[in-house]
Design a protein around this ligand. Sequence first.
Ligand code: NAD
Length: 445
Amino acid sequence: MVRKTTGTRKTFKKAKAKRHPRSVVQRKNTTLPISVFGNMMKQFNLAASKLNLDSKILDFIKVPRRSTIVNLPVMMDDGSFKMFTGFRVQHSIARGPAKGGIRYHPDVNLDEVQALASWMTWKSAVVNIPFGGGKGGIICDPNKLTKGELERLTRRYVSDMSDLFGSEKDIPAPDVGSGPNVMAWFMDTYSMKMNQSVPHSVTGKPLVLGGSQGRVEATGRGVMFCVREAAKHMGMHLDRCTASVQGFGNVGSIAAKLLHDLGVKITHISDVNGAIHNPKGIDIQKLIDFVIKNKTILGFSGIEEINPSKVLTAKVDILIPAALENQITAKNAKSIKCKIIAEGANGPTTPEADEILDKKGIVVIPDILANAGGVTVSYFEWVQNRIGYFWTEEEVNRRLEEKMVASYKDVQTVADENKVSLRIAAYMLAISRVVEVVQLRGIYA
Ligand code: NAD
């Protein structure tokens, strides 16, 4: 069953409240959700107010173009079937096909997916690749499903949404809770529907199915390039810097590893299970090997276990939030002591916290720039699939570095010229690029 909604979110208010445990704050006697889409909209409005643009065009580009909800029956291993809810939001196709991952997480909700889809539009525009923005999600806990159940859930989701997807329409990728094997099932299901093999219908695939060298490390590598450029700009020497990393999954662990390789001492790390600290620096490669084996950072040798909140407020030079949204809020922003925050995660900082950090002079490299390495190499994967020729890992990393450094410089230039934060500058750049295309295409109204 497919239910389509365009532009209205009221209908989902009740369901949202139930599905929002992660983004909920207590206020007096009521529990109000922090709207992730609302946060994105505040950032958008702030940047748009600095640009002299037609308000009708802004009204058009800021709302998601199409939001789809599917209710999916899935056969469980015990022979029963269970219902799951899935979302796909196409925020914009102005600059190219919608592009963005699929999140498998118990707290997924339409508000969050709409925000993540919008960020994909701005992110693709910041790094100037020919994609729009999209995002998907399924409310589920992938750790509680067997491999067979996960495969059937993925195939049913792709099947029910297959009209939306396509290599020139909407190209998914992995996100939290999904990975290359889910993308392999995606590619196979979509290909069966089309009666031909369509590898470029999805990115983040395993290498043997047409994945790209360097895709797994791309987001963390992009974070490292941004931190390196910011440090250069600020006259900081990375081999004298310390860092703290929240989240030790794909993005956090790779960013930590690559910064460690540049001489940064990583002193604090957290994951969903807890947090660890070593003032002398944590051996990142050994911790990665430990986590592969034990699925947690806790129990690693030579560290002290600490309260996870300390990872954000530690006295370090660089902070990398690489877990989830709404982690740096008005409540803890005052206690943050670093010089640079590089947002590996999407939406880790609320607009209220942003204001506080700005006043404190902390440089925030915004998500739509800092973690754009992932979508950049996804673009490279799509290009390689289309030309049918594959680049070496060195070639991919070289092109990624070129893109990330150029994008960082573009954003820094807008920030310096307009005396605004890197976040506002990144939005200004992205909005102008989307608006330019929309003006040329015209609005089919
Ligand atoms: P992942 O599932 O590989 O890792 C997430 C990590 O966060 C895990 O270590 C988990 O234990 C930890 N975590 C979860 N809740 C936590 C909490 N409350 N406190 C501390 N740690 C917590 O996911 P990922 O792919 O690394 O994605 C992380 C973030 O980066 C997400 O916001 C995602 O949207 C964003 N992102 C990912 C990519 C990518 O290519 N993977 C690209 C762009 C943005």
